[in-house]
Design a protein around this ligand. Structure first.
Ligand code: PMP
Length: 370
């Protein structure tokens, strides 16, 4: 069926493949709409005090659901912070390293580069793996990694949303493992215990922008937390205050709690993980079926389950594909500003139907232009 075919009915809401902020479950949006007006107190969620019994209850429910879904034990604190994943690029090395320390980094692209640019202001960085020589086309195998002696921690990015590569399992390391899971936390089963600290912005799989989750082992904090930290940098004080040292992003926390209810209704992380695998296969198989017209970016063994990056033979055709997709009610398919090409983010709330529509457009476009 060609672009703009008259048999395609206009949708009220478009299929949204954007990399974040990204699509949310429709049921969550409807609950949030109603909550803006009134949460049952004669006042809406945007107007309720974070010191109220109502909000205290919401935070308890949020943390309890988060821990249960993620399989997160009492050995960890779960924090709901502001400043995005980008603040963690500074807060982690600032709060958890001392003068003379160094950290290891597994450098797999744009987001590890940004993280290390900030980390290098506070500590020295050793690249235990540097993927730049291969254009960041894959996730390293154990033999490609050379850890240093005595690193305070190892930083890696679990899903490289700029290029569509994802670690299938956490890397093995002697030093404590710190993971940026901004684009895949809660999109699949989670191995918390392999990590000392995990952080993730909410606006991909967990809700809306404005909240960053930090899951951190208490003994890792106790061993490493520096003295005399400003209160908002001090993970222990943030944990003691249950993430409410100051006014938290109340609406973002409300939305996250509703997204967790939705994830639970889909069978938890095993359920959304299985569905995300099916969604990715639908899109990737369509790319493969174009006989080389569209190519995946990134090596087959490293491909992400939630970020599908691909390209056609030219930038002009990529642009034509994205423009036609918009006419078919599919938005957000242009690639990362640094890499170009095309990118489909298939986060939790994107329905399978959207992937089927995209697969159909991929096959149709390749047939007409190939
Ligand atoms: N890390 C990764 C892997 C990301 O995908 C992003 C956002 N796209 C960030 C960090 C930055 O997140 P934020 O804008 O919330 O600081």
């Amino acid at each position: 069926m060609g672009a703009g075919s008259p048999t395609k009915k206009k949708k009220m809401r478009k299929w949204n493949f954007t990399a974040g902020p990204s699509t949310l479950p429709e049921g969550v949006l409807r609950v949030a709409q109603a909550a803006i007006w009134d949460v049952g107190l004669g006042a809406g969620i945007l107007e309720v005090s974070h010191r109220s019994a109502y909000f205290d209850g919401l935070m308890h429910e949020l943390e309890e659901k988060f821990r249960r879904l993620g399989g997160i034990s009492d050995a960890y604190d779960v924090l709901f912070l502001q400043g995005g994943a980008t603040l963690q690029f500074s807060q982690i090395p600032y709060a958890l390293t001392r003068p003379g320390d160094h950290i290891d980094c597994l450098h797999t692209g744009f987001w590890t580069r940004h993280a290390m640019r900030d980390a290098a202001r506070y500590t020295s960085v050793h690249y235990a793996y540097d993927g730049s020589k291969d254009g960041f086309d894959h996730i390293p195998e154990a033999g490609e990694i050379a850890y240093s002696e005595g690193a305070r921690y190892v930083h890696y990015c679990a899903n490289n949303s700029f290029l569509g590569t994802e670690w299938a399992h956490p890397p093995r390391a002697q030093a404590p493992l710190v993971a940026d899971m901004s684009s895949n936390l809660f999109s699949r089963l989670l191995d918390v215990d392999a990590h000392s600290l995990i952080f993730a912005s909410a606006q991909k799989n967990l809700g809306m922008a404005g909240c960053c989750v930090v899951i951190v082992r208490r003994d890792f904090l106790e061993a490493n937390l520096g003295p005399n930290l400003g209160s908002m940098f001090d993970y222990r004080r943030l944990a003691e205050a249950r993430s409410m040292l100051n006014t938290p992003p109340t609406f973002a926390l409300f939305v996250m709690k509703e997204v967790l209810v939705w994830i639970e209704s889909r069978g938890g992380l095993a359920g959304v993980g299985a569905e995300n695998r099916v969604k990715a296969a639908i899109v990737r198989e369509a790319i493969d079926a174009t006989g080389g017209f569209f190519c995946h970016i990134g090596r087959a063994d490293s491909r992400s389950q939630v970020t599908v990056c691909f390209r056609s033979p030219s930038a002009a055709l990529d642009e034509a594909f994205a423009a036609e997709a918009e006419a078919l009610d599919m938005i957000g398919l242009r690639g990362h500003r640094e890499t170009g090409g095309l990118r489909a983010s298939l986060f939790n709330a994107l329905p399978r139907e959207a992937c089927l529509a995209l697969a159909e457009h991929i096959l149709d476009f390749a047939c007409r232009m190939g």
